[in-house]
Design a protein around this ligand. Structure first.
Ligand code: HEC
Length: 149
């Protein structure tokens, strides 16, 4: 690092710390963390999927995902209304692709650690089941969910 880079780094660090202090102006104990689960969240969740590139829609994958969804997920999910779990209509607009796959692959840890998943559990009062779905199958389900807007 040159001197110039170092001082820029120090400046951005102090700006970041400043922003952090401002954001915490009210005591955390008085402000319980309520996550708005209807808004697009930036969390990628907790689990095996850290970075996927969804690309353009793959119809073969959509068909595969639809089949898996109809056999493993419809017991709890409908597309247009809340059932045991939330309606999955538009879910790819409110969650990151990685988050959705981690929710499918790793629901119990997600429900313990991810703020959005924890909030969904508080609203739905039932735990999403582990469906023994593989990563390839979860990817196919994600492709199908992209068509449900
Ligand atoms: C036993 C019921 C059950 C089954 C089976 C189930 N889910 Fe869920 N799912 C839930 C519940 C309940 C939630 C909300 C979180 C919670 O309370 O655990 C949820 C949450 C989700 C979410 C997040 C929704 C949102 O609004 O962000 C996605 C995505 C999801 N499930 C996909 C699936 C898929 C795909 C399958 C099939 C592989 C599946 N689920 C199977 C009950 C279930």
């Amino acid at each position: 690092m040159t001197f110039r880079q170092t001082s820029q780094f120090a400046l951005s660090l102090s700006l970041a710390l400043g922003a952090c202090t401002n954001g915490n102006s009210s005591s955390p104990a008085e402000t319980p963390t309520v996550v708005n689960t209807a808004e697009k969240s930036e969390s990628k969740g907790v689990g095996p999927v850290t970075d996927i590139d969804v690309g353009s829609l793959d119809q073969g994958l959509v068909a595969k995902g639809k089949g898996i969804f109809e056999s493993r997920c419809v017991a709890c999910h409908k597309l247009n209304e809340k059932y045991v779990g939330p309606s999955l209509k538009g879910v790819t607009q409110r969650r990151e692709a990685e988050w959705i796959m981690n929710m499918i692959l790793n629901p119990s840890e997600m429900l313990q650690k991810d703020p959005v998943a924890k909030q969904l559990l508080a609203e739905n009062l039932t735990q999403m089941a582990n469906t023994s779905t593989t990563q390839d199958e979860a990817r196919a389900i994600l492709e199908y969910l992209r068509t449900i807007e």
